[in-house]
Design a protein. Structure first.
Lengths: 182, 159
């Protein structure tokens, strides 16, 4: 029987087809390797009310992920301490999480305040301390990460002090965030 | 980087493609249509991975592993079948021995290596240690036979 194609021509065709098939398969495998599956999960770290929540006017919302403290007072030349208005809880039964405090925004005049301080009472305490010299605020930078032990809750202590000459009803608004590292 | 179950299908495609080129090269010993059959099987593997990607969320890891492993097993069975064909049908023992040493054994070894690698992601699997122990045993026996080749003759006579 007469050969239609020579052996080298058949080899060439098969080699080209092989390159095509392997390249296409490798491309699909690569795209498969880049596929990620993301599943939603309940948050393990969240806010809960502390015993002093009524004094500080604490409201917790957004599935315990956000909170406002609307009744905090700052008195002239007196350090006002709210020992346990709100707590951060790690609700996981076995996993420890690392968290830090991060300043987000601030408004209100610096003329009437001396400092406003937020401290998370973990074994190594971390604080965000907003201080004022009477004309400008000094914003703190983010704290270092500290560990929240599983199934444990930690108080956030708030300390305030107003300027000696501060009149009543002056307000400052501070937003902070808690970053969780997993 | 961890292996995905589809890697075995990818390996199967490579085996089919290699077999296609090899049977084309040795076309005096194999049927003329065989290279094209292997090419078609390789394209089938490509479609296999493509479908696996499209239904990724539907199929679990367990199922994905088994259908990809099955494809690789079919490819390996074809390699072994070629070796058997050379030995049993063509009665070409020399070529069959060369084929088993240069193609069948390396392909099987590479496949076992990747399967053990994948298995070790799931559970402890001591393939490397076992392979080294086996190699040491073979090396020891080979040295013993090399130093005194009459030992084998004596052993067979005794039996």
């Amino acid at each position: 029987m007469k050969r239609v194609f020579s052996k080298s021509a058949k080899m060439l065709i098969l080699t080209l087809m092989s390159i095509l098939v392997i390249s296409a398969t490798a491309a699909v495998y690569y795209s498969l390797d880049m596929t990620s599956t993301i599943t939603t999960a309940a948050n393990d770290v969240y806010f809960i009310l502390g015993p002093d929540n009524a004094t500080a006017g604490v409201s917790i919302f957004n599935d315990n992920k956000s909170a406002t403290l609307t009744q905090l007072k700052a008195y002239p030349n007196i350090t006002m301490t709210y020992d346990d208005p709100i707590r951060v809880r790690n609700n996981h039964t076995s996993t420890n999480y690392s968290v830090r405090l991060r300043p987000v925004s601030r408004s209100g005049g610096p003329a009437y305040f001396v400092y406003i301080n937020f401290t998370l009472q973990t074994s190594t305490t971390i604080s965000l301390n907003y201080t004022s010299n009477g004309s400008t605020w000094t914003n703190p930078s983010s704290t270092s990460f500290v560990e929240l032990t599983a199934n444990t809750e930690y108080a956030i202590v708030v300390q305030t002090m107003a300027n000696a000459t501060a009149p009543s009803s002056q307000t400052a608004s501070i937003e902070i965030a808690i970053d969780i590292e997993q | 980087m961890s292996l995905l179950p589809e890697f075995f299908a990818f390996l199967g495609v490579d085996v089919f493609v290699a077999m296609s080129l090899l049977t084309c090269l040795l076309d005096d010993y194999f049927p003329k249509t065989l290279p094209y059959v292997f090419q078609a099987a390789a394209i089938g593997g490509y479609v296999h991975i493509l479908i696996s990607r499209e239904f990724l969320t539907l199929f679990g890891d367990y199922m994905r592993f088994w259908y990809c492993f099955l494809y690789l097993a079919v490819a390996l069975a074809n390699v072994i079948a070629l070796n058997v064909y050379l030995a049993a049908i063509k009665k070409n023992w020399t070529l069959a021995k060369v084929f088993s040493g240069t193609v069948v054994f390396p392909v099987l070894l590479i496949s076992v290596f990747f399967i053990s690698n994948y298995a070790s992601q799931i559970a402890e699997f001591y393939f490397l240690q076992m392979a080294m122990l086996f190699s040491a045993l073979v090396l020891g026996l080979s040295i013993a036979v090399l130093l005194s080749p009459k030992v084998i003759g004596k052993y067979w006579k005794r039996r």
